[in-house]
Design a binder for this molecule. Structure first.
Ligand code: THU
Length: 136
């Protein structure tokens, strides 16, 4: 699966989104680029708000934008920050990332070339998903 992912291009897309982040409160800019099975790259950035709790993360914005474009099958997501070390998605984003399929690749990059390589399944083991619902 990773053979079909151009991580260099995906990182460039994530960094482009990161540059557009709206983070006047935390000053922590995050960009995410989601590669869909149809070959589309859909990006998201964090968007903060004066009412802090309304802030939304880059990863969730990317997933929601993809869904709005009719894309729900994902191959990979790349997350970019300006941190010293790569960051893993927050808990809320992990839950959103596992919604549509059991697992896909997640890579995070900071300033350096060293990436953090995970999957949605390793990030959120024993996830609560639609298969847990009682069928009506
Ligand atoms: N943030 C993300 O966009 N993604 C993450 O995975 C972690 C946190 C954002 C939310 C907020 O705007 C800022 O980073 C600080 O928490």
């Amino acid at each position: 699966m990773s053979a079909t992912v151009d991580w260099t291009a995906l990182l460039a897309a994530a960094q482009g989104a990161m540059a557009r982040a709206y983070a006047p409160y935390s000053h922590f800019r995050v960009g995410a680029a989601l590669l869909t099975e149809n070959g589309l790259v859909v990006t998201g950035c964090n968007v903060e708000n004066a009412s802090y709790g309304l802030t939304i993360c880059a990863e969730r914005n990317a997933v929601f934008a993809a869904v709005a474009q009719g894309e729900t099958r994902f191959l990979a997501i790349c997350i970019a920050t300006e941190n010293d070390a790569p960051v893993a998605p927050c808990g809320a984003c992990r839950q959103v990332l596992v919604e549509f399929q059991p697992s896909f690749e997640v890579r995070s990059y900071a300033r350096g070339p060293e990436g953090l390589q995970q999957t949605t399944a390793t990030l959120l083991p024993h996830a609560f998903t639609k298969s847990d619902f009682v069928k009506p």
